[in-house]
Design a protein around this ligand. Structure first.
Ligand code: JHZ
Ligand code: ZN
Length: 407
């Protein structure tokens, strides 16, 4: 029986079984290798007996997942702007000067730090993906190619001093070594320093039925109450929280060792809302039931399209597409379009679905496009109409199945 990443107690029964899934972002260039990709059980579980932590029950080796990573936020304008806004937010709210030490954990290709370089010259990235840290270092963004840990935090502190700001977007849920990560944050942050954490939010996942955001690299699924309990236990003052409309609902929290920051109204209100709604209880249970209904409805829809001899191709090869396709099956999907040059020419893990450049849409002329990157629907619908001359129908699977005629 698997253990809770936070308190090490035995996990309760799985609450959602998504079948077998390969590592969502491990895209292969060879179709046979892709079809034969190793698949692992994908189950959501909860630590009912003790701390209520929500996590996947199968732990894969982090190195296998992250050493070579194909996800780059810079592909999306929405996301690049969002990361830029974080630098503006820091500048607006706190005292920053050109020497303030800003560390980004999970810095990817350096997109956030590029914007942070406008507010300070003293910046450092940490990322386990060799391919991405190479890109960042080539751009002149100093990046350590490693997993963040207490040990690495000590090394950074000894070499560069304590950090004034630590930013970590979509990384904290990506580690099973939660306690070591938090100890690393304690080690590295200065006494009055600010840590900003952004993670995909359990409340939004449950609200939006976005079961496709469950995959092996998302080890944990955080509610604010669970984060609050964790950081308070480590002596942090977690004082602000907001849910942002980026990705699939992103929770941003602010914390510090210093008690001088007062807990904000939005922080207290969100804690209370989760309790009132019974997020970790009834709401989570309903989400699990709904997921099985969505699967059935999507299968019915794809079968109808296939019976009418209509073509349906996908748009967006996010990690979410791997979960969704491996959960419902390949059906009649042959291609998926994606703007990322790192993904084009490769296959969705575990399948024979090839990823293509979206510029092919005008020649392929599919009748339907199944939108896997539904979180960017606004940006993508604009592109489909204006740049790729798509005149068919768009299927948006989440939060509820919607079909939009773009003609
Ligand atoms: P996107 C990633 O999830 C992985 P994913 C990670 N584990 C995480 O936590 C979340 O982000 C937050 C493409 N695209 O961002 C680019 C176009 O082709 O939803 C991407 O391949 N055209 C770190 O993988 C994909 O869609 C476009 O116009 O689910 C979107 O992936 C746009 C906007 C995107 O992340
Ligand atoms: Zn626990």
């Amino acid at each position: 029986m698997n253990k809770c990443f936070v308190c090490n107690k035995k996990l309760s029964e799985n609450i959602l079984d998504l079948g077998l899934s390969p590592i969502a972002n491990n895209l292969e260039s060879n179709i046979i290798q892709s079809q034969n990709a190793k698949k692992y059980p994908l189950n959501l579980s909860i630590c009912r007996s003790n701390c209520n932590h929500v996590q996947i029950s199968e732990i894969l080796d982090q190195k296998e997942i992250f050493n070579n990573y194909f996800y780059m936020p810079s592909v999306s304008k929405t996301l690049t702007n969002h990361l830029k806004e974080i630098s503006n937010d820091i500048k607006k709210k706190y005292k920053v000067n050109s020497n303030s030490f800003i560390v980004d954990i999970g810095s990817n290709d350096g997109t956030f730090l590029e914007s942070a370089s406008n507010i300070s010259k003293n910046i450092l990235g940490v990322d386990p993906a060799k391919n991405l840290s190479d890109i960042a270092n080539k751009k002149g963004i100093k990046t350590i190619n490693d997993f963040f840990s207490k040990k690495l935090a000590k090394e950074i502190k000894n070499k560069y001093g304590k950090a004034d700001f630590i930013i970590t977007t979509n990384t904290f849920a990506h580690t099973p070594k939660i306690n070591d990560f938090v100890e690393g944050l304690r080690e590295l942050i200065s006494d009055e320093g600010i840590i900003i954490i952004e993670i995909h939010y359990l409340g939004s996942m449950v609200e939006d039925n976005s079961f496709d955001t469950i995959y092996h690299e998302h080890f944990s699924y955080w509610s604010l109450n669970n984060l609050n309990n964790l950081f308070t236990r480590f002596g942090f003052n977690i004082f602000d929280a907001s849910v942002l409309p980026i990705h699939h609902g992103q929770l941003r929290v602010y914390l510090s060792k210093s008690k001088k920051f007062k807990k904000t109204k939005s922080f207290i209100e969100l804690l209370e809302k989760e309790e009132e709604e019974d997020l970790i209880g009834k709401k989570l249970e309903i989400f699990c039931e709904k997921t099985l209904n969505i699967k059935k409805n999507l299968l019915d829809l794809l079968e109808k399209i296939s019976k009418n001899n209509e073509k349906v191709y996908g748009y967006g090869a996010p990690a979410k597409a791997s979960t969704l396709i491996n959960f419902i099956g390949e059906n009649n999907l042959k291609y998926i379009y994606d703007k990322s040059s790192l993904k084009q020419g490769k296959y969705i893990p575990g399948t024979s679905i090839k990823i293509k450049n979206p510029s092919d849409i005008q020649y392929d002329k599919p009748d339907y496009i199944f939108l896997f990157a539904w979180n960017f629907s606004k940006e993508i619908i604009g592109d489909l109409k204006n740049n790729f001359s798509f005149k068919g129908k768009l299927i948006i699977p989440i939060p509820d199945i919607r079909i939009i005629d773009l003609d």
